[in-house]
Design a protein around this ligand. Structure first.
Ligand code: IMP
Length: 173
C-alpha cells in the first residue's frame, strides 16, 4: 500500500505561481517573453504560470530526460528540440518543474544560449538545493525543498502520479 503525504496543497501552489507570474511581469513589462516549458514535468506549472501572466507571454516546448526511477543519470537526452528561430533574439524564460542535481538545467541553459536569445533566465517550481552536483542556480524558484522524492502537479514516479493536483511524497508502508 502507498500513502501520499501532501507537501504543498493545490491552493499553496497556485498562490506561489501567481506571485511568480507577477514577479516576471514586473521584470518584462510589455516586452514579448517566450516561456520554454520543459516536458513533461513542468507542463502544469507552465500552464498556470502563463494563465496568470499579465504580459505578452508565448510558449515553446522542449523535452529532455535524465531520470530513471528515483535517480538522475547525469546523461541528458534531448527528446524534443526547440526551433532556433523561436528563440533567437527573444526574452526566454525556461520553466522547470524541479532542479535537483542541476545537470538538466545546465544542459538546457547551454543549449538555449547556443540559439542566441536576447535574454535568458530560469524559473523552477521546486529547488532541491541540497542535492546539487553542478554549480548552478535557477533565477527564480517557487519553493526550496529538502532531499525528498516528490510527485504530483506534473511530477512523476515512472510516469505515475502526474495528474495529482497537489505535490506530495509517497510513503511506502
Ligand atoms: P536534475 O538534472 O538532477 O537537476 O533533475 C531534473 C529533472 O529530474 C527534473 O526536471 C525532473 O524531471 C526530475 N526530478 C528530479 N527530482 C525529482 C523528484 O523529486 N520527483 C520527480 N522528478 C524529479
Amino acid at each position: 500500500m502507498e500513502k501520499i503525504n501532501v507537501l504543498f496543497s493545490e491552493e499553496e501552489i497556485l498562490k506561489r505561481v501567481k506571485e511568480l507570474a507577477d514577479i516576471l511581469y514586473q521584470k518584462y513589462g510589455d516586452e514579448e517573453v517566450t516561456f520554454v516549458c520543459t516536458l513533461k514535468g513542468a507542463v502544469f506549472f507552465c500552464c498556470d504560470l502563463l494563465k496568470n501572466y499579465k504580459g505578452d507571454g508565448r510558449m515553446e516546448f522542449l523535452r529532455v530526460s535524465s531520470y530513471e526511477g528515483e535517480s538522475s543519470t547525469g546523461k541528458i537526452n534531448l527528446k524534443l528540440p526547440l526551433n532556433a528561430e523561436k528563440i533567437n533574439g527573444k526574452n526566454v524564460v525556461v520553466v522547470e518543474d524541479i532542479v535537483d542535481t542541476g545537470y538538466t538545467l545546465n544542459y538546457v541553459r547551454q543549449y538555449i544560449k547556443g540559439m542566441n536569445p536576447k535574454s535568458l533566465i530560469e524559473c523552477t517550481l521546486l529547488d532541491k538545493k541540497a542535492r546539487r552536483v553542478v554549480d548552478i542556480e535557477p533565477t527564480y524558484s517557487g519553493f526550496v525543498i529538502d532531499d525528498l522524492f516528490v510527485i504530483g502537479y506534473g511530477l512523476d514516479y515512472d510516469q505515475k502520479y502526474r495528474n495529482l493536483p497537489y505535490i506530495g511524497v509517497v510513503v511506502k508502508e
